[in-house]
Design a protein around this ligand. Structure first.
Ligand code: LLP
Length: 433
């Protein structure tokens, strides 16, 4: 059992990612190495597009949430697969634009967009701004006025939904730094303010209730609450919010502990809820936008490391130290995330003991996994950590001045370097002596 359809074991007992031998990849490109299985990413993009088309009679658009993995190459894949993109910073906008992404299909998020970011996004022709608060509304209107244009916007609404996921990645509840609250009337009021501004046009409503969510009901409840707001905007302000952007957040399976619903069930139930509410409230079907990040790219990633030391502390635990760590995958230290791991050059062997996988940073908490069942392991082995496509490279750092790893993309029999390994020169590039 190898967690995911794109992984298998070769006759030499090596991990295969698609048709590529992980041990050979590690040898060729060095470690740590991010491996992106482009075929899996593309398949997931298509799955979203097809499921939306099959289940929703209105118009729809899936956006890839760039924050999960943002590189020129992934932006190009996203565009080629016909998805739009969610961007959350000047850096993500810049990357999409540099990749030649169709900027009219970009939704610009963020709870504190700076004036520079607003200007950059507007000058790049970003399709929609998802406005977070009243100050930002003022700024976006002013920037649009200065350019003599009317900027399409949506407001980020927090629908008052507290879903079951890690505290750090919940966003739908009133106590959140993101967006305007529904239940206090704040959301309605900000729409009223916007209606009077000449250089913004409200095109729809956005909400995102959190990430790595395994229940579908909270999404349907968000639909009901936001559709009620859309109806009240129509009734009280004569405002037509034609886009319903429900954010991302559906959970994926990292390991046996996770049991997410099938994507088809999520899309089927959410689209049914929209159709039911539209009927009930006499609204036409909104253009439905979803913003998956993890579900598109999480399962497409594998990180390869070389094992350095194996330290067995009798009666305590065994530390398996690798040549990366929290700098390339901070998800264990941040969320206690459980990414599966295996010895790539002994991939088919059964696990012999539970180990702690440690990084090389000068910090005891720098772990990638604890209690991880692992095959026999020794220095020089290649360790593969799975399901690392989302929020690994994008959250990587240079702590301890470790250079960020390279990333390669695999497509059928081809492999391509898409992000160069950082060098020590890169590390000091911005230092001034
Ligand atoms: N849309 C918005 C407005 C978001 O804030 C996010 C994620 C997404 C879409 C995509 O959510 P997804 O489909 O990937 O769950 N660093 C954390 C995840 C933070 C998610 C932030 N927002 C992690 O490693 O789990």
């Amino acid at each position: 059992m190898l967690y995911s359809d794109n992984l298998s074991i070769s006759p030499e007992n090596h991990l295969l990612i698609g048709s590529h031998d992980a041990v050979a990849l590690a040898r060729e490109f060095g470690t740590p190495l991010y491996v992106l299985d482009e075929d899996t990413m593309r398949r997931n993009c298509r799955k979203y597009r097809d499921l939306l088309r099959e289940n929703y009679p209105g118009q729809s658009l899936a956006l890839f949430a760039s924050k999960a993995l943002c590189t020129l190459h992934t932006a190009r894949i996203t565009a080629e697969e016909g998805l739009g993109a969610d961007a959350v910073s000047g850096g993500e906008i810049y990357t999409l634009h540099a990749a030649g992404f169709p900027m009219e299909k970009v939704f610009f998020h963020g709870n504190n967009k700076t004036l520079e970011e607003i200007a950059l996004a507007m000058d790049c022709g970003t399709g929609y701004f998802v406005v977070d608060n009243a100050e930002e509304l003022r700024r976006v209107n002013a920037a649009a006025r200065a350019r003599n244009k009317v900027q399409p916007i949506l407001f980020r609404v927090k629908p008052g939904i507290d879903c079951h996921t890690h505290e750090y990645i919940k966003t739908g509840q009133i106590d959140s730094k993101f967006g305007v609250a529904l239940e206090t009337g704040e959301a309605f009021e900000i729409h009223k303010t916007a209606a009077a501004l000449p250089n913004v046009r409200v095109e729809g409503v956005h909400c995102h209730i959190g990430s790595q969510i395994f229940e579908i009901d909270p999404f349907c409840e968000a639909v009901r609450r936001v559709m009620a707001l859309i109806a009240s905007l129509r009734d009280s302000l004569g405002m037509e919010a034609r886009i319903l952007n429900l954010g991302g957040g559906i959970g994926i399976r990292y390991g046996t502990q996770d049991d997410p619903p099938p994507l088809a069930d999520y899309i089927c139930q959410v689209t049914a809820a929209i159709q039911e509410e539209a009927r009930r409230l006499g609204l036409s079907l909104p253009l439905l936008v979803l913003e998956p990040g993890r579900a598109i790219v999480g399962p497409a990633g594998v990180t390869l490391y070389t094992v350095g030391s194996v330290k067995n502390i009798p009666g305590v635990r065994t530390y398996v130290a690798v040549d990366g760590g929290m700098t390339d995958n901070p998800r264990y230290i941040l969320y206690g995330a459980r990414h599966p791991a295996l010895v790539a050059n002994r991939a088919g062997d059964p696990p012999v003991r539970a180990v702690t996988i440690a990084g090389k940073c000068c910090e005891s908490g720098d772990l990638i996994a604890e209690g991880m069942p692992l095959q026999a392991v020794q220095p020089g082995d290649i360790l593969a950590v799975l399901v690392t496509g989302a929020y690994n490279y994008s959250m990587a750092s240079n702590y301890n001045r470790l250079p960020r790893p390279a990333m390669i993309a695999l497509r059928e029999d081809e492999k391509k370097l898409i992000v160069r390994r950082e060098s020590y020169e890169d590390i000091i590039r911005n230092d001034i002596l």
